[in-house]
Design a protein around this ligand. Structure first.
Ligand SMILES: Cc1cc2nc3c(=O)[nH]c(=O)nc-3n(C[C@H](O)[C@H](O)[C@H](O)COP(=O)(O)O)c2cc1C
Length: 194
């Protein structure tokens, strides 16, 4: 499928069938992660593929809202990086995360990004520190996000092209006068749940 085709299909999936992700697909996903580009090719990232139910259940408590479905996912990938000597760890991890989400669609699976970096638990403690403790990660390991993965148990509709925010595509005023606007933007209401 083309990249645009995958993007047209991709939606966040937060409910999954009780079915493991086969190792053959997990291997493909691991290769995708490791093929992500990174600044100066430092490859600062690490990817924890987690299927252990107890660990998934602990991770689902990393923040009060927007992480609870981790406990019902058959697989979660924790994306973290060694920050030392790498000032682009957030960019590098984000690129790997979205490439992973694209590969997930290609594999017939669903996924959702769970933000960890800069999030807090109910008592104000850092979500990142909590994940570091659950996984016994080294202190210099920064945790960006967790990507939950599984066979979808929900099928949200793809977003229609004319619902996209086409007025977020900008161009020089001189060019705007010459070319018509591609599509008119409809105001879309987004639900913020994270
Ligand atoms: C940086 C980032 C952080 C996100 N964090 C969360 C999160 O913590 N929990 C969650 O349920 N969804 C999270 N999402 C998913 C977004 O809510 C979702 O992508 C957005 O609402 C658009 O819906 P769609 O992915 O179905 O198109 C995150 C997405 C991004 C890109």
């Amino acid at each position: 499928m083309s990249v645009l085709g995958l993007l047209q299909k991709r939606r966040s999936i937060r409910r999954y069938l009780k079915k493991a992700v086969p190792q053959r697909l997990q291997s493909r996903l691991k290769e995708v992660c490791l093929r992500a580009p990174s600044s100066r090719n430092l490859c600062p990232w690490t990817f924890h593929f987690i299927e252990n139910e107890l660990v998934l259940s602990k991770l689902s408590e990393l923040k009060p809202k927007g992480a609870e479905f981790i406990k019902n996912a058959p697989l979660a990938v924790v994306i973290s990086a060694v920050e030392k000597d790498c000032d682009t760890w957030i960019e590098d991890c984000s690129i790997a995360a979205i490439l992973l989400q694209m590969a997930v669609v290609d594999a017939g699976l669903g996924s959702c990004w769970v933000q960890v970096h800069k999030r807090r638990r109910l008592d104000g403690a850092s979500s990142e520190e909590y994940v570091r403790q659950v996984l016994a990660l080294p202190l210099d390991n920064r945790v960006l996000c967790i990507i939950t993965i599984g066979y979808p148990a929900q099928h949200p509709k793809p977003n229609a092209a004319d619902a996209l925010l086409w007025d977020h595509i900008w161009r020089l005023p001189s060019e705007a006068a010459e070319k018509p606007v591609e599509k008119k933007s409809k105001q879309t209401k987004f639900e913020v749940i994270e």
